[in-house]
Design a protein around this ligand. Structure first.
Ligand SMILES: N[C@@H](CCC(=O)N[C@@H](CS)C(=O)NCC(=O)O)C(=O)O
Length: 215
């Protein structure tokens, strides 16, 4: 047996707790009361660059899970898998159209929003002040603000991204908004996004895993 895999009956999650992608998975588990064992991995913890880890996840990134021998990486695939398994009818809507609606917002994060948040976050949090590219921060801040205005308009008519109830579709945008609302950047007022993000911040599972200071 691969020594990194441990107890096969308990869901195992690899990933450091300050990773935005790991936070999506930890939040999902807490919403569904799914128990797991977590292994610190990534950045200062290493692990993700070892041959044993890369044999399971050749990307060498976190998060990754082992669910009784089923290895899965990519945070949204993991959230969807766990939500279908433990939260069908709640975190993952059982109606195909409602599920696709939630999926759409998750995809939008990956294909569009994160491309603009990543340079802002990396410059302001992970780069020494003298090495920051503030022109890049400003360019991406403006682009991200324009996209977030789309979410704001949608949330004017919908309490949550996929309609009337909280779903997995809310999770990626909420962890991104934790960065948007806490980074030292200019933010145009978006009252619907702010109302929705406040509601996210009141969820116990968000408070537990996603509300820490940015590092
Ligand atoms: N698309 C992947 C991205 C994963 C990713 O970029 N993970 C980052 C942390 S947020 C990582 O592993 N970075 C290397 C490290 O932490 O050492 C996902 O959603 O899971």
């Amino acid at each position: 047996m691969n020594p990194l895999q441990g107890d096969r009956n308990m869901l195992k999650i690899w990933g450091r707790t300050n990773s935005i992608n790991v936070q999506k998975v930890l939040w999902s588990c807490a919403e569904m009361n799914v128990k797991y064992e977590r292994v610190d991995a990534g950045m200062q913890f290493g692990v993700n660059n070892t041959p044993e880890y890369k044999a399971m996840n050749p990307n060498g990134l976190v998060p990754m899970i082992d669910d009784d021998g089923f290895i899965l990486w990519e945070s949204h695939a993991i959230v969807r898998y766990l939500a279908r398994k433990h939260g069908l009818g709640s975190l993952c809507p059982s109606d195909p159209r409602a599920a696709a609606d939630a999926d759409r917002w998750m995809e939008w994060y990956s294909t569009t929003l994160w491309n603009h948040m990543k340079p802002i976050f990396w410059n302001l949090i992970r780069t020494a002040p003298e090495k920051r590219n503030m022109a890049d921060v400003e360019d991406n801040r403006q682009k991200l603000a324009a996209y977030l205005a789309m979410a704001d308009a949608h949330l004017e008519k919908n309490p949550y991204l996929a309609g009337k109830v909280f779903t997995m579709g809310d999770i990626p945008l909420a962890v991104l908004c934790h960065r948007w609302f806490n980074l030292p950047i200019e933010r145009p007022a978006m009252q619907n996004l702010e109302r929705w993000f406040k509601a996210m911040g009141e969820r116990a599972a968000f408070k537990l895993h996603c509300a820490a200071a940015l590092t």
